[in-house]
Design a binder for this molecule. Sequence first.
Ligand code: ZN
Length: 444
Amino acid sequence: MKYEMQTEKGGMRKMNTREDAKQLLELVEEGTSPFHVTAWVERQLLAAGFEKLSMERDWGLDNGGKYYVVYNGSSLAAFTIGKRFTFGDAFRIGAAHTDFPGLRVKPSPEILKDGYRQLNVEVYGGAILNTWLDRPLSAAGRVVLRSKDVFHPEIRYLDIKKPFLTIPNLAIHLNRDMNKGVELNKQKDMLPVLGLEGEEKQEDFFLEFLADRLHVDKREILDYELGLYNGEPGCFLGMKEEFLSAPRLDNLTSVQAIVAGLLKGGRDRGVNAAVFFDHEEIGSRTKQGAGSMFLSAVLERILLAYGRGREKFLETFGESMLLSVDVGHALHPNQADKNDPTNKDVLGKGICIKESSSQSYATDSQAVAVMQQICEAAEVPYQKFVNRSDGTSGSTLGSIASSFLPVKTVDVGVPLLAMHSSRELMGTADQESLGRALEAFYSL
Ligand code: ZN
């Protein structure tokens, strides 16, 4: 499938609609922890000629420049400055999250019991627990090592890559009521097995395993943030490959689309920014989450680097705009009454613009109208999503980020089925639609 897009010079550009979906599958494979998602974004930016900045040093910025800054390993802000940028020009910001629900390894996690080696884990975010059973699981994240300077321990990223754990289901023969629904206890029922007891019963077998992978002595390891992830690759699915089935589509769909949009789009005036926050799945209220000063600090520093102060920064609020990009709930064919009766979002029919009067999705009609006009200008199909009045279906970082940066904010994203399952389902064509919407947002 191909689509054509009008370029700035009036020519037509042919694009393959699968380009975005294929890059998404690559990101699913590499983005196995918030740190690895951030590292993937960083690699795309470096390949496109972006320059790395540090929060701890002065920024020398130029019109036409492309920059990014990483914060605490799992959050990142990138921006491009228009060639004819002047102070007070608006910011256009795309925001998504780098984390996903799952299981995190606790400290001292080793369990030797009844002939098995198991790990003590805790649930991170709103995971659908039963979808984590019987999967080939691996682990990724960061491990922090002893250093000479006590305030700067050594940080290593680690992705074990191969599946080495699983959480086996109970046989139906041992629970004949299983198909009536099973409540899983987070402490008792979600512990993965990763080996058999064997001859040597070393108490810290997981620490030894990590040390071996990192080629360090186990005494060097002080702490870690390691998450289990579904090690299955994503795939196209459906008679005409209308669907894409993969782990972590919430919210890697948005990460891919924002990066692609930022790299393809561009404006002569103003600043285009992309920000990727950690900790959305646990409420965003952390130093590298959307409920922090990180985004507004980065944007204010752009003007400070030009020798302009807070007043010029505050002047940008009126014209600036934030797209909070995250997945939406598509209508489930077997559970159609779970969605709103008059706004029914379907896979493959375009991006969702999410609205909620409770502001669980950032909603104001002026900002939504701007987004609709952007979609229409770029010929991007869109659908409106609202919750059923007698139900709730979560929230996004949009309202939280805009309470720290009061600019026009809209919630958009691809429609999704099985959100927060360890494997989710989307419409293949929607990824390209989202990428094109972002490109238009950064270009018009
Ligand atoms: Zn999400």
